[in-house]
Design a protein around this ligand. Structure first.
Ligand SMILES: *[C@@H]1O[C@H](CO)[C@@H](O)[C@H](O)[C@H]1NC(C)=O
Length: 305
């Protein structure tokens, strides 16, 4: 943000001090949200990719290198992976580093779904990175589909965010905590969205697998399809590592499964006040779309709004 220049020696201490102060305030903002005070990603040890997942499609566009999984999209194919097990609840996280440059039309994703078990009637919980033109930031889209609301009817429950860091520069942790009472999306352990179970019809409750993929969604991904994938810039690479799977496997006894707590002890699994402050900071500063506040939508189909 500040280019390195030599200070004129005539500069007195007062403006120097205020310059330093404004730099500190400025870089504080750039550092992101207030600390959530609780770090669920640190409570789950990583799973080796091959022990938790397998390739689902585009096997020739998937490669592992020193603990990092690369999947890529070019004009011939994208690629996707799927967990070996299905889960009825749990904490599902991964560190992702996104492709830089022109990525319009490209979606890099990490999500839960049962679309192969319930085609036309499936549930889904999504983290999707919507690619972009080089002058604009990535959009992180969170979404929840319930009992086929994504199949033909397409009643999405999207909340979209910009990020307080450059997601193409480094790996950052993204996670979905899915419990029977709520879904919480985390970015670097900061809760960015809480989707509570307000009723049975507005909440996914059937087992799901964990997926990741990179694919061409030119028809809608970037500014409603205005900018499309341009294969001059191929390959588009998604890098994934630190896979965290702490789920209740389908079929396991309820007693054997204790999903990770959303919050530190003492809050009964509810987000702590400190976590809520961090979430509100993100939603105030980085939320760019909320389906409940979209007045062009028919909210009789999303009664939770
Ligand atoms: C893709 O990008 C190249 C290089 O910028 C440009 O010349 C070309 O017109 C673009 N293609 C499409 C289909 O937009």
């Amino acid at each position: 943000m500040f280019s390195k220049t030599t200070m004129p020696s005539s500069l007195s201490m007062v403006p120097l001090f205020s310059l330093l102060l404004s730099f500190m305030i400025c870089s504080n903002n750039a550092e992101g949200p207030p600390s959530p005070g609780y770090y669920p990603s640190s409570k789950v040890s990583p799973t080796i990719f091959d022990r938790g997942f397998r390739n689902l499609w585009g096997p020739q566009h998937q490669k592992q290198d020193q603990g990092t999984l690369k999947i890529w999209l070019d004009s011939t194919s994208g690629s996707g992976f799927k967990s070996l097990n299905s889960y009825r609840a749990g904490y599902f996280g991964v560190a992702v580093k996104l492709q830089t440059g022109y990525t319009a039309g490209v979606i890099t994703s990490f999500y839960l779904s049962n679309n192969q078990d319930y085609p036309g009637n499936h549930d889904e919980i999504d983290i999707e990175f919507l690619g972009t033109t080089p002058d604009k930031p990535y959009v992180l889209q969170t979404n929840v589909y319930i009992r086929g609301s994504g199949d033909g009817k397409v009643i999405g429950r999207e909340m979209r965010f910009h990020l307080w860091f450059n997601p193409t520069q480094d790996f950052h942790n993204y996670a979905i905590l899915w419990k029977t009472s709520e879904i919480i999306f985390f970015v670097d352990d900061v809760p960015i969205r809480r989707y509570p179970r307000k009723s049975d019809v507005t909440f996914p409750s059937r087992s799901m697998y964990v997926y990741g993929s990179i694919w061409d969604a030119s028809s809608w991904a970037t500014e409603n399809g205005k900018y499309k994938a341009n294969y001059t810039y191929q390959p588009f690479i998604g890098r994934y590592k630190d896979f965290k799977l702490q789920g209740c496997r389908t079929g396991s006894a309820s007693s054997s499964c204790r999903p990770l707590s959303a919050s530190p002890s003492g809050y009964g699994g509810r987000l702590s006040p400190q976590q809520n402050v961090a979430m509100q900071w993100v939603q105030k500063n980085y939320l760019v779309y909320d389906y409940c506040r979209d007045h062009t939508r028919d909210h009789t189909r999303t009664p939770e709004c």
